[in-house]
Design a protein around this ligand. Sequence first.
Ligand code: PBG
Length: 332
Amino acid sequence: MTEASYPATRLRRTRAHGWSRAMHRETVLTTADLIWPLFVTSGKGVEEPVASLPGVSRWSVDGIASRAKEAVELGIPCIALFPNTPSDKRSERGDEALNPDNLMCQAIKAVRDACGNDVGILTDVALDPYTSHGQDGLVDDDGYVLNDDTVAVLVDQAINQAEAGADIIAPSDMMDGRVKAIRMALEMNDFPNAQIMAYAAKYASAFYGPFRDAVGSGGLLKGDKKSYQMDPGNADEALREIALDIAEGADSVMVKPGLAYLDVIWRAKQEFCVPVFAYQVSGEYALIEAGAAAGIADREALLMEKLVAFKRAGCSGVLTYHAPVAARLLNG
Ligand code: PBG
């Protein structure tokens, strides 16, 4: 790159007025870049605010259908569903994940009834909202999360969600080989168009705390998830995870958490030229809200600056609890 030297070049020229800044803006966020995560709870007409996620609630199935309609009106193309399974339905092996009438399946059907194909439904595949120990898979006597035994259950969970009508199956469990197993099962069960968005590079992060409150697994979890989720120091390994998930049949890959891992997003996009999504996770959301509440800066400015960063790094879209707020701002 060659630049004429000052004063032939004055980079401030194009920044002088709003019209010019708009014309030269390299990256823009649109409502189509947003995926809205929603928490499902039991009952009817229920809205339960999540204390650690100000502005976010769990909704009963009818409320989820209303939020999905809101997404369509706002131009948000996709919602992501997470259940808060009642404690009497949690078990050692997370069997409730396979119940065709569980909260997740009820919500999928209600959203489809309310919105048809006007909104995409992304569903999380992992056992933590269903297990009595809060781990994402089956554990042995030492508490170690078993890989292959877990994959067998995740396959059934994925098919259960696809049968209820999920559009995008999103395994967030970090077991080895699960994308391949799920892809083969989807083909065999006649779901050739079910997408897989793999949580490919998912880190063992301190930023998931409020999510675990929201799905009710936080208090249950003993130990940590470091034997399956990635070490925050590793980026080469993230690219290997991503390469494997693509080879196994993922249509898109996710990096999670978001902002602390922009380098991984950038490298993945440069290296593989596949759709890359980021999950701006619960702790990131909560920090923005806490910062705004503490008067650090204007909330809207903070959240929009952070969201555009994901696109600049190469993301096709972002899962964010700020989706409806951001969409309203974008729709002006
Ligand atoms: C479950 C799952 C988690 C998140 C999404 N799916 C939590 C975890 O792995 O412990 C976190 C999302 C967030 O923090 O917003 N496997």
